[in-house]
Design a protein around this ligand. Structure first.
Ligand SMILES: C[S@@+](CC[C@H](N)C(=O)[O-])C[C@H]1O[C@@H](n2cnc3c(N)ncnc32)[C@H](O)[C@@H]1O
Length: 206
């Protein structure tokens, strides 16, 4: 079953801020600072779209952004965001199902992979990998477990909550790092947030 956040769109940002404060925002803004001027960008699973406003504060007018969200409610909220003079193409679909030209300079996956079982991770990863130019940048933010007991508690609670409400298929974190390693990506920068529970990584495609 696809992870569809339709039911949570109206309260998602408030809930995530209640639990994580500004950590989810900081983790993504850190990544957005790595976007080169004039980039052609693919954002997959951007949620309510606040990321578009943060990106447009850094680059007010020279970006071409394809924004793909599987949740129609999330997409509708995203379409109301201020995006400056940037060109934004909105698509309501699962990103692995959209046919796009394989010439993106930057791909952004903010808390996308933690929704999926391994087979979906592979499908989504391989699809996005094909769309990124050689030498392109992939910005990924996700949760990780670094051995602190409360991380497991929070993670399990999130999986149960979002499985009941939004039908997400995952019950544990996928080994996303392995996919990047296997495809010979290089980490050029990374940073952790919220006591190491969140990791933002900047990868370059070989
Ligand atoms: C955990 S939420 C994160 C939202 C946002 N990135 C944030 O940090 O606030 C995951 C988002 O990915 C979307 N999503 C899930 N599977 C998707 C897919 N296959 N293609 C595109 N979007 C997807 C969901 O609808 C949801 O909005």
């Amino acid at each position: 079953m696809a992870a569809n956040y339709d039911n949570s769109a109206w309260f998602y940002d408030n809930l995530s801020r209640l639990v994580y404060g500004k950590a989810l925002i900081k983790a993504q803004v850190y990544l957005l600072n790595m976007v080169p001027p004039g980039s052609k960008i693919l954002i997959a699973g951007g949620g309510t779209g606040w990321i578009l406003e943060e990106l447009s504060k850094i680059h007010p007018g020279d970006l071409t952004i394809t924004y793909v969200e599987v949740s129609a409610n999330m997409l509708a909220l995203s379409q109301k965001r201020k995006t400056g003079q940037n060109k934004v193409i909105f698509m309501n679909n699962a990103v692995e199902n959209v046919n796009l030209d394989a010439d993106f300079d930057v791909i952004i996956t903010p808390f996308l992979f933690d929704n999926f079982l391994d087979e979906t991770v592979d499908r989504v990863f391989n699809h996005l990998h094909r769309l990124l130019k050689p030498g392109g940048i992939w910005l990924n933010a996700d949760f990780q477990l670094t051995g602190r007991w409360w991380q497991n508690v929070l993670l399990k609670s999130m999986f149960i909550f979002f499985r009941l409400l939004c039908g997400i298929e995952a019950g544990r974190l996928p080994a996303i790092e392995k996919r990047f390693n296997n495809a010979a990506y290089k980490i050029i920068d990374d940073k952790t947030f919220f006591g190491d529970f969140i990791v933002s990584r900047v990868y370059t495609r070989p």
